[in-house]
Design a binder for this molecule. Structure first.
Ligand code: AHR
Length: 657
């Protein structure tokens, strides 16, 4: 009977054109330990990921510091007889500008309206916290009328503030809109003849991540937390480098009181001529303290990336002279003290004063982003010596340039091997085909050299019909196939992260991106679900998964890796197979698990698939491509499974070695 079934199955497979593979997974011969940092996140302030994104502030240009101080603001009336505004620049303040509102008529409102980051997203019935710095420029009080307006200018919520002092003072109020609105605005207007100065006009949803006032957007952080990331790299990317050294990211400007963090232009503001975003600045409301806290909240190791005395080599390539490198090196040493130093140290004290006396347990720092050429290595060496001298336990991430091969890349690896580097950051933005072909990329890497951080990667599908449609299924599946190769080589690859992470659907500069959002909603791309499936099923050791004695990396369009998770608290271990079928036909697998005993008769499956390589998720169909959970009855160490065409399937079984 068994023979007959086998013959019928083979005949069916041949007839239907299914690929059939025998896969042997051996739990008695683990290949490598998988680092807890294996799958992580790369956050860069690109695509309005910070201001207008993760940072929940809803007012754009809240302190009038943009190069055009009134960008983002309109007057309620352009008529001097009704009212006037004056822009002041006070050089004694870090953020120098404030504005004076002067209403010239009694029984009339005159003021300014903020458009938010391409509209202010409001939810009906939810409270929003408004605050403002103000002083009265007259004898006696002035009254400010604060209103949330819908896209037609109709009032959704309203409150009043009495400015009762001639000294700068913070005033606060709560507003609860009556209806949900994606493109609301905020009006701040004087009532009647009076004059006030205003600054730091702010509006936050009350419902923020962990209910911490005035910090992060809850839905976006939740999506990160759901991925169970092993690390988070921040704040970039090219913004670390700056177009010039003056506009590089300087962490010390991003800590302390948010109102005193000096705003700068975001380098992506003018980077792409076809996607100019003149309103892209960095208020640093999301600064290094908030990044460390975020990492802690979502259980990810923090990986700050620091400027190494080099501006972006795609822009100016400015260099800090070798003899003037000290302030750059000192910035890194001070950052380590800020993160880990005790509360009596200068920078540890600042951390404590911001509400976190306990250290953040920083273990690694990136030196430069994707620098290349001899100038990088001579600078890296100075950083490495100084940091390791003072903090021998800190691991350094060094760059290998922007491309995954070629002269500069090979030169980088040669230098970094010679310098005994810890972790080398490789970047690859390439076609889905490249990702499939590179599933074996790390099989031949030197096992004794520096470890790899696949710090930025994404498949860019040339077949996508528009930039917003690049996060398609074909690209996602190719990334999944490639990631089986990363997992198989976990003895070499210690960390990996997709890039970039976020895109504001109305203000992006770069696609594809992992998570898309607008003022009210967010959705994960198919690529997001691939990342999530890998990172929330990381396992603790890689197991060999072989077909005919070879790793499965493209034979019959299949890519398979296996690992075991010994960290479960369920009294057993879990074998996890990650199986990618890039064929347009299903695949039939006969899996044998060696070196284990099954502890139950069920297998859990998570399947991500689509029949359309160009399919994407969207705001209206956010989970068109999302994992489907299934269970399968299976006994013993042999498991037969049919993989869907064009699918990523996770198979999980409980066992004991
Ligand atoms: O992820 C977008 C950009 O790509 C990063 O800023 C940079 O590191 C790379 O060139």
């Amino acid at each position: 009977m068994k023979r007959l079934i086998l013959i019928l199955t083979i005949a069916f497979n041949i007839y239907s054109g299914y690929a059939q593979q025998k896969v042997v997974v051996d739990a008695s011969r683990p290949i490598a330990k998988i680092q807890p940092t294996m799958w992580g996140l790369f956050f860069e302030d690109i695509n309005f990921a910070a201001d207008g994104g993760l940072y929940a502030e809803l007012v754009k240009n809240r302190s009038f510091e943009f190069d055009e101080p009134m960008m983002g603001w309109e007057l309620t009336a352009y008529n001097d007889s009704i009212g006037r505004i004056f822009i002041f620049r006070d050089e004694t303040k870090t953020n120098a500008h404030y504005i004076r509102l002067q209403c010239n008529v009694d029984n009339t409102d005159f003021g300014v309206v903020n458009e938010g980051f391409r509209g202010i997203g409001l939810r009906a019935g939810n409270p929003y916290d408004f605050s403002i710095l103000a002083r009265s420029i007259q004898n006696g009080n002035a009254r400010l009328n604060i209103r949330l307006l819908n896209h037609d200018g109709k009032t959704l919520a309203q409150t009043e503030i009495t400015v009762n002092s001639g000294e700068w003072k913070k005033y606060s109020a709560a507003l609860t809109p009556a209806s949900t609105e994606e493109k609301a605005s905020l009006s701040v207007a004087l009532q009647g003849k009076s004059t006030v100065d205003i600054d730091m006009v702010s509006l936050f949803p009350r419902d923020t991540w962990k209910n911490r006032p005035n910090v992060l957007r809850k839905d976006l952080v939740q999506m990160l937390a759901d991925m169970k990331p092993g690390f988070i790299r921040f704040p970039g990317g090219c913004i670390v480098e700056g177009r010039t050294l003056l506009s590089r990211y300087q962490w010390k400007n991003t800590v302390g009181n948010p109102a005193d963090r000096k705003l700068i232009i975001n380098r992506w503001n003018t980077e792409f001529k076809n996607r100019l975003t003149p309103d892209y600045y960095q208020s640093y409301g999301l600064g290094f303290f908030e990044y460390f806290l975020l990492a802690e909240d979502i259980g990810a190791e923090p990986l700050p990336v620091m400027n190494c005395g080099m501006a972006c080599q795609f822009n100016t390539s400015e260099l800090a002279p070798m003899e003037n490198l000290d302030p750059y090196v000192q910035d890194v040493l001070d950052l380590i003290e800020f993160a880990n130093g005790d509360t009596t140290s200068e920078w540890g004290k600042l951390r404590a004063s911001m509400g976190h006396p306990a250290p953040f347990h920083l273990k690694m720092v990136g030196i430069g982003n994707e620098q290349w050429g001899p100038q990088y290595f001579e600078r890296y060496k100075v950083f490495a010596e100084a940091i390791h001298r003072k903090y021998p336990g800190i691991r350094l991430v060094s760059g290998a340039g922007p491309f995954p091969g070629g002269e500069d890349f090979n030169y980088a690896w040669k230098q970094l091997r010679h310098l005994n580097a810890d972790l080398v950051d490789e970047h690859y933005y390439s076609s889905p085909k490249w990702f499939l072909q590179n599933a074996t990329r790390y099989d031949s890497y030197d096992r004794k050299g520096p470890k790899v951080f696949a710090g930025e990667y994404a498949a860019h599908d040339p077949r996508a019909k528009a930039p917003e449609l690049k996060n398609n299924w074909e690209a996602s599946l190719a990334e999944a196939a490639f990631m089986t190769g990363l997992e198989r080589n976990a003895d070499v690859v210690f960390m990996a992260s997709y890039a970039p992470l976020f895109a504001n659907a109305e203000a992006w500069q770069w696609t594809p991106d992992l998570i898309w959002f607008n003022g009210l909603a967010a959705f994960g791309t198919p690529n997001y679900y691939v990342q999530k499936m890998f990172s929330s099923n990381r396992g603790t050791e890689v197991l060999p998964a072989l077909s005919n004695g070879k790793p499965i990396a493209g034979q019959d369009s299949l890519y398979i890796s296996a690992c075991i998770d010994s960290s479960t608290d369920k009294g057993s271990e879990e074998i996890i197979l990650k199986m990618v079928n890039v064929s347009s036909r299903p695949a039939h697998l006969d899996i044998t698990l060696n070196g284990v005993k099954r502890t139950d008769n069920k297998a859990m499956l998570e399947v991500l698939s689509s029949g359309d390589p160009l399919a994407v998720n969207s705001f209206s169909t956010p989970t068109a491509i999302a994992p489907v959970d299934k269970t399968m009855d299976t006994k013993g160490r042999s498991i037969e499974i049919i993989l869907d065409a064009n699918s990523l399937t996770l198979l999980k079984v409980h066992c004991k070695r």
